[in-house]
Design a protein around this ligand. Structure first.
Ligand SMILES: Nc1nc2c(ncn2[C@@H]2O[C@H](COP(=O)(O)OP(=O)(O)OP(=O)(O)O)[C@@H](O)[C@H]2O)c(=O)[nH]1
Ligand SMILES: [Mg+2]
Length: 234
């Protein structure tokens, strides 16, 4: 069983060393792929140093900030080309606690996509203010109703795919970048009949560094979710 944890990074120099150490402690036989968009703070050079010290750590540095969705697509293609069986998506900022990683793996006998969920019993968000909670809640409600999906957390980015899902997602036709990327990948997997399971996670405020979420990313969700509903390529 070959496992890959994909971590997209942009200015995460203060988190990356500690994070990769904790991931490897949780799943000693996993590989980690860092996809950095030429971060001005030198995260890419740190990824290179980490990969020299630990052969399980791989990295790709791209020319400039190309966005989260395209980073994941590049990571998924890498995973397929290098014959990984199970592929994680995970943020670099410790919002996604590495101690949950083994729990995802426990469900992969019976399911092909596991979602870390903040909105089921046992899940939650530790420190967000009321506005951030409300926006996230409404975004999930909007996507759930418009797309007719039975999952409570569609925008979370802590997920584990079995390779059959990635093989069938048709990666080149994915149209989303920000939060919608998470909605679109789950929507496509659901449409193709894969078994999807939500497991509870407590989402924490980022540990160090700055958030990259923008108004543009939030607005993308408003108009692209209906587009997904009527898109033929899904
Ligand atoms: N390669 C790459 N990674 C990115 C890009 N934008 C964000 N990231 C990474 O994607 C992950 C999620 O980004 P965050 O800034 O934490 O966004 P967020 O989690 O929605 O926002 P917060 O709640 O404030 O943390 C982090 O690991 C970022 O470093 C990008 O354009 N390219
Ligand atoms: Mg974050």
């Amino acid at each position: 069983m070959r496992i890959l944890v994909i971590i997209p990074t942009y200015n995460e120099i203060d988190n990356l060393n500690n994070l990769t150490t904790q991931i490897c402690a949780q799943i000693p036989d996993t590989d980690v792929l860092i996809i950095d968009d030429n971060s001005p703070d030198g995260t890419g050079s740190l990824a290179e140093q980490l990969s020299i010290k630990n052969k399980r750590i791989k990295y790709i540095v791209r020319s400039h900030k190309l966005g989260l969705g395209s980073a994941y697509i590049q990571g998924f293609k890498y995973a397929l080309n290098h014959n990984y069986d199970f592929i994680f998506e995970m943020d670099a900022d410790f919002s996604h606690d590495p101690s949950y990683l083994p729990e995802f793996l426990r469900h992969l006998d019976s399911h092909q996509l596991i979602l870390g969920s903040r909105y089921i019993k046992g899940g939650g968000i530790s420190t967000w203010g009321i506005w951030r909670r409300l926006i996230s809640y409404l975004a999930n409600l909007y996507a759930r109703i418009l797309l007719g999906l039975p999952y409570q957390d569609l925008t979370g980015g802590y997920k584990c795919y079995s390779r059959q899902v990635l093989e069938q997602l048709d990666l080149n036709s994915i149209i989303s970048e920000g939060y919608v990327f998470q909605i679109e990948t789950t929507y496509r997997a659901h449409h193709r009949g894969f078994a999807i399971k939500e497991i509870p996670i407590i989402f924490k405020e980022r540990h160090k560094g700055k958030s990259k979420i923008s108004r543009k990313i939030c607005l993308e969700a408003v108009w692209k979710v209906p587009l997904l509903r009527f898109s033929r390529s899904i």
